[in-house]
Design a protein around this ligand. Structure first.
Ligand code: LLP
Length: 422
């Protein structure tokens, strides 16, 4: 299994010591299920990689923002990488201290800036000169200083899916290297900005160490130039992006990746920040779904399941591969290719296409693996489908950490104008 804490016991798939079938009986399907042991292990692997070097591991909240997940990591010492006021609200609510929070994102609003400043976050990763000016104004109005880093775009190819590569010149992210020095010099003179660091993030699902080191080398040259101008940096934020195994990928472990980074850091004295998301929670979670119907024609077999692209969007959006396993082992020798499709009225609504699977009947449960990152967080109510519950397992116990939405929830914020308008 590509997932350490999911395994078959007597023919049934378990998360740690809890059977997924038992959870399904309790909460119904579909649902997301996360292993707390996996979250903990991955986080601690990052920590071990740093050894005695000063560091801060800011979990990328966008990958999985459930409060229980954030609280679990926060209790182990994690900070948070946030990209919105909503994510800041969640991180604080989960007990992550503000001074361990960094704020990334190309489009921060004035309101979000004020909220983050008031909360006392560690730093804003600023992505444009206009953003810098607005942040300075907000800080001025609040009679304070905004702690900042500039996100620079190192123009490094992370060799990943084009939609999730962010560190190339043609991507919208960060300041270009040649503009960064001027930006630092300007910010240095601004009494409402406090320069704290430098930041980059080159992409996601990166399965080699080399692009990270390449970007770090470029950053180091820039750091030297910035410091020549008398500006001291306390943080070097290298972003997130370490990949996981969905299929046959063999990414470095968090420990090996961090060791390579700390080696490259040499005698730099700054605190190193990383912003991992997927590598911590991706293989902590599965999406469990039930086969509603099977159907077959002369060219295709379909398993129509109760989870769709609104619940797990990655296959439709990126053509991403997620391994699918029956929750209950079937003895059938007959393996045949099938499409696992959802109930949504779109051809793009699939979880897997032409996938070799054993012969299964309606009512059977399937586990869609490696769904702990960018699974629930990217889900929607499309087709007015209530979002599914999230369950967290810890050894032999499970906890519903987000309830299934109801039909009533779907319309809770809507209203029909008095008398109707039509
Ligand atoms: N920091 C920044 C500034 C980011 O933009 C991201 C992810 C991360 C950290 C975390 O990256 P990770 O360690 O998870 O690779 N929805 C896509 C992934 C989008 C990633 C966006 N940025 C997917 O499902 O593959």
């Amino acid at each position: 299994m590509i997932m350490d804490h999911f395994s078959y016991k007597n023919g049934t798939l378990f998360c740690e010591k809890v059977s997924l079938k038992e959870i399904a009986q309790d909460v119904g399907t579909p649902f997301y299920c996360y292993s707390s042991a996996h979250l903990k292990e991955q986080f601690l692997a990052y920590k071990r990689g740093f050894g005695s070097r000063k560091h801060l591991i800011c979990f990328a909240v966008k990958s999985n923002s459930n409060l229980a997940v954030l609280a679990c990591l926060g209790a182990l010492g994690a900070g948070a990488d946030i990209v919105s006021g909503g994510e800041l609200y969640r991180a604080l609510k989960a007990g992550i201290p503000a001074n361990r929070i960094v704020y990334s994102g190309v489009g921060k609003t004035e309101e979000e800036m004020a909220y983050a400043l008031e909360s006392g976050i560690a730093m804003f990763n600023v992505e444009s000169m206009e953003e810098m000016k607005l942040l300075s104004n907000v800080a001025k109005k609040m009679n304070t200083q905004a702690p900042i880093a500039f996100r620079v775009n190192p123009d490094v190819d992370p060799k990943t899916h084009p939609y999730i590569s962010t560190g190339l010149k043609e991507n919208k992210f960060g300041l270009f290297m040649d503009q960064a020095l001027d930006a630092y010099n300007m910010a240095y003179k601004d009494p409402h900005l406090l320069i704290r660091g430098i930041d980059c993030h080159i992409g996601s699902q990166i399965v080699e160490i080399e692009p990270f080191i390449h970007a770090f080398k470029r950053l180091k040259r820039l750091i030297a130039k910035i410091e020549e101008n008398g500006i001291r940096l306390s943080f070097i934020d290298l972003g997130g992006g370490l990949g996981i195994s969905y299929r046959e990928e063999t990414p470095p472990t968090p420990e090996n990746y961090i060791s390579a980074i700390t080696k490259e850091a040499g005698d730099l004295s700054q605190t190193i920040i990383v912003e991992p998301g997927r590598s911590i929670c991706g293989n902590a979670g599965v999406l469990v779904t039930k086969i509603l119907y099977t159907k077959e024609n002369d060219t295709k077999k379909f398993y129509i399941v109760d989870a769709g692209m609104n619940d797990l969007g990655r296959p439709s959006l990126y053509d991403a591969y997620h391994e699918i396993r029956p929750v209950e082992h079937v003895d059938s020798q007959k393996v045949q290719e099938a499409d696992v499709v959802g109930p949504i009225c779109e051809t793009g609504d699939f979880l897997a296409r032409s996938r070799p699977l054993p012969e299964l009947e309606s009512g059977a449960l399937l586990a869609v693996l490696s769904a702990g990152a960018y699974g629930f967080t990217m889900s929607s109510n499309y087709n007015s489908r209530p979002r599914v519950p999230e369950v967290m397992v810890s050894e032999d116990k499970f906890y519903v950490v987000r309830k299934r939405e109801s039909w009533k929830d779907l319309v809770a914020l809507e209203s029909i104008p008095q008398g109707g308008l039509c």
